[in-house]
Design a protein around this ligand. Structure first.
Ligand code: IPE
Ligand code: IPE
Ligand code: MG
Ligand code: MG
Ligand code: MG
Length: 786
């Protein structure tokens, strides 16, 4: 193996260690001589002037925790505090993520530019801000920048990652981290762009940032978190860790080899995804930077390894042994980001980025202290709490945290006022958040444990945590909102999926047609064929939609609409029987079984189709709880829809081999597929007597959702997994059908699908729908695997 080694790993680690040692030594000297305490107390005296008002009713009121982001931002605006808030927030990001110092006029100008842009965004009306990170908004933004394909790519990737996170790890957290890293890289890329960049260059830089962000971001769930979790056995961990090491020292990902046991499937996915990511990073880096990247990555990896094998019970670790790997891993994770985006190299930036690591790490570890201790993980805090009574030599990590802060303000940023403002605000904000999250008691207890050695500073800080205002940060607002949204979405989706499953099971029980006493002999073969086609693997989407509309939206009676649900599935199944006939798509498989004409014969199939459509009418005519006029109206509507769907199918068959225009395609798919979904929405609306304007909006939604559904169907025909599809793939190509894929190609078909997704979603927003199920129906349409 050694001949393939392209970096000197030991050397690289040693060099980095020396640098970390020097930093740590300087910090521990400052900690020991305690000069930082007075310095900070003085700093806080100055800082306070802008953050502690004389007590007034208003300040106590505005101190109350603001739940609603919009109200919060609105109140900042009203009180003239939006500017300093954004300035503080953006300045912090520039310092932390981009290693800038705030005193350069160029940096100030750039910060101002971002602040101005954000301000414009944040003073828009409420509805525009609420869904700032919805798929629709993001897709529209991608469209504006000409990067739809990359957006679709990353969406698919994120979904696949979530699907492949082993049980025992947090899929939502993985997604959030990935998004955060990608967003960070995009932000940095935007910042690196000059003013005179062309749109084309801009697009390509954004695409690069997204792809690299994903590539690098994967290391968090798939290396870091995976090795930290209990998913892998000790042997598996060693084997996997060894594989990463070999990758980093040779620059080549070795094959995974055979991986048996319950983790095999996940490991194969993880390996192939990381391999692609690794290669992407290599491709995008200039050859001369490759080794430097590998060295940096190795330091990152190795420092984590050192951390990982530490044992909380072991009472012999020195301060250096504790802090140096922490400095290394936290600095390396930041420096790598700069190295992969090929950011402008600058000694100052590099230094500051390096210094920031431990600051963030100590803040994070502070927050996670209780969890870490419970999990037996070694961090400076858990180790200190465990051993400080016997080990008087151990540095108190919280004191070191304040030392780092004082060092930042006075040594790294030369006592520059804005740096002081930002850093101290951030520190007080962290503690306020900690206190709010864990409660007064826990807060007091932790402070007692960690802060009592420096009572003067403790008192100052305690007082400020209680009374200071205007310490909020925009990135925290975004973070909280993102967590909230992801969680809420997940919860809603769970409710939707559970309910949909229940409805589907009920339908599967009630759909089969049973013997009608009077015509036993005639009905029997037809019934059998109809029940065969109804199958049990149909997704039942149309009646499910009707169920949600009827029950959740309009509050109709469950029993009363039962015949309607059945009629929809009968009509739909009939359309599938016809569609599969030799004269039409000539398909051999449907719903996981041979098609009806294959299992029986064409005549039976034709007759069963007719039989099912008539059963549908019979069901509709038995909607007895509704008044006769309404039901007649419904049957009339239904007959028209069926006729129009036939038109759609005819269009489809007539245009085999033709190169349709996009407009013609959209029209055809609206007729053959969109209308089926329209019926599922309109029929309950008719029964409920919904307003004309609501019906129009629902039709609009159905059109776009239906087309999106058909595009996905066309995509599944070529990209779907044949083992779960339930129908034979590549039918469209063999039939020479004009589909979105044949006319546009896969990539453009996906864009068109997302376009209709957005149009449908935008209609929903206009509908001001209180129930989120249509949103989840639509999500299902475009994400489904069969
Ligand atoms: C298939 O419909 C026909 C199209 C409109 C593309 P579904 O995909 O809903 O099929 P089932 O009902 O689940 O079998
Ligand atoms: C059929 O479209 C639409 C119907 C309503 C029958 P497709 O022909 O693409 O449907 P599949 O792929 O056979 O299900
Ligand atoms: Mg067809
Ligand atoms: Mg077909
Ligand atoms: Mg199809």
């Amino acid at each position: 193996m050694s001949e393939k080694t392209i970096i000197n790993a030991d050397n690289a680690y040693h060099t980095a260690e020396q640098r970390a040692k020097a930093y740590f030594n300087s910090l521990s000297v400052q900690h020991a001589d305690q000069s930082y305490i007075q310095a900070l107390i003085k700093d806080f005296e100055i800082w306070k002037q802008d953050h502690v008002q004389r007590r007034s009713l208003f300040s106590t009121l505005s101190n109350k925790k603001q739940q609603d982001d919009y109200k919060f931002l609105q109140s900042l605006k009203m009180t003239g505090k939006l500017d300093p808030y954004l300035d503080r927030s953006i300045s912090y990001i520039f310092m932390r993520d981009m290693g800038h110092a705030l005193d350069s006029p160029a940096t100030q100008k750039r910060i101002q530019r971002v602040v101005d842009r954000l301000k414009k965004q944040l003073t828009r009306k409420k509805s525009d801000q609420d869904d700032m990170f919805s798929m629709t908004k993001l897709y529209r933004m991608a469209e504006k920048n000409g990067i739809e394909s990359t957006f679709i790519w990353i969406t698919e990737k994120l979904n696949r990652v979530t699907d492949n996170i082993p049980a025992g790890m947090d899929a939502e957290e993985a997604q959030r981290k990935l998004i955060k890293i990608i967003a960070g890289l995009v932000m940095q890329a935007v910042e690196e762009m000059g003013d005179d960049i062309t749109q084309e260059e801009k697009s390509s830089k954004l695409e690069q940032a997204i792809r690299l962000g994903y590539a690098y971001g994967l290391t968090y769930p798939f290396i870091d978190d995976l090795l930290d979790s209990n998913v892998l056995s000790a042997d598996e961990k060693n084997r996997y860790s060894q594989l990463i090491r070999v990758t980093l020292v040779t620059g080549v990902v070795p094959p995974l080899g055979e991986w048996t046991g319950k983790n095999g499937k996940h490991m194969r996915f993880i390996h192939s995804e990381l391999k692609a990511a690794f290669e992407l990073i290599q491709e995008s880096l200039p050859a001369e930077d490759w080794e430097a990247f590998l060295e940096q990555a190795f330091v990152f990896y190795q420092s984590q390894e050192v951390e990982r094998v530490k044992d909380l019970e072991n009472d012999t670790y020195t301060n250096e042994e504790l802090y140096i790997p922490v400095i290394l891993k936290s600095a390396a994770s930041r420096l790598i980001v700069r190295s992969i985006i090929d950011a402008s190299v600058d000694e100052g930036i590099d230094q500051r980025t390096f210094y920031y690591g431990i600051y963030n790490q100590l803040a994070d570890d502070f927050t996670d202290m209780a969890d870490d201790r419970q999990g037996g993980r070694v961090t400076p805090y858990t180790y200190y709490l465990e051993h400080h009574e016997k080990r008087k030599d151990l540095i108190n990590p919280f004191e070191l945290y304040w030392t780092v802060i004082a060092n930042f303000i006075h040594n790294v940023y030369d006592s520059e006022p804005q740096a002081r403002e930002v850093i101290l605000s951030r520190a007080i904000n962290s503690l306020k958040r900690f206190k709010a999250k864990k409660g007064e008691q826990k807060y007091a207890q932790v402070m007692g444990l960690l802060f009592s050695g420096i009572p003067s500073l403790q008192q100052t800080v305690d007082d400020l945590v209680q009374h200071a205002t205007d310490v909020e940060f925009f990135d925290k607002l975004i973070r909280d909102r993102m967590i909230r949204n992801l969680r809420q979405d997940r919860e809603e989706e769970d409710v939707f999926v559970t309910q949909a499953r229940r409805v589907r099971e009920d339908l599967n029980a009630s759909l089969p047609i049973s013997q009608a006493e009077e015509n036993v002999l005639i009905d029997e073969p037809m019934m059998e064929a109809a029940n065969y086609s109804l199958g049990s693997t149909g997704k039942r989407l149309r009646p499910i939609i009707t169920w949600f509309m009827g029950i959740e939206e309009y509050g109709l009676d469950k029993q009363a609409i039962q015949p309607l649900l059945k009629s929809l599935e009968y009509m739909h199944t009939a359309s599938l029987i016809y569609d599969d006939l030799p004269a039409q798509d000539n398909a051999d498989f449907r719903r996981g079984n041979p098609t009806l004409h294959r299992a029986y014969n064409t005549a039976t199939a034709e007759l069963t189709g007719l039989y099912l459509t008539q059963q549908a009418v019979a069901e509709q005519a038995s909607l007895e709880s509704f008044d006769a006029k309404t039901v007649l109206h419904l049957i009339h509507y239904s007959a028209n829809v069926t006729a129009d769907m036939c038109r759609g199918q005819a269009m489809d068959l007539q245009t085999k081999g033709e190169q349709l225009t996009l407009e013609q395609l959209n029209e055809m798919c609206f007729y053959k597929t969109g209308l089926g979904f329209e019926a599922a929405l309109m029929m309950p609306a008719i029964l409920a007597g919904a307003s004309e304007s609501q019906k129009q909006a629902l039709k609009q939604f159905a059109r776009h959702a239906g087309i999106a559904f058909q595009i996905k169907d066309d995509l599944l025909d070529v990209e779907g997994d044949p083992t779960t599809l339930g129908k034979s793939p590549f039918r469209d190509k063999e039939n020479n059908n004009s589909t979105f894929v044949s006319v546009l190609g896969i990539e453009a078909a996906k864009k068109e699908m997302w376009e209709h997704y957005c149009l449908a979603m935008e209609t929903l927003q206009a509908l001001n729908h209180k129930n989120p199920f249509l949103k989840h129906v639509l999500n299902y349409f475009v994400h489904r695997g069969y």
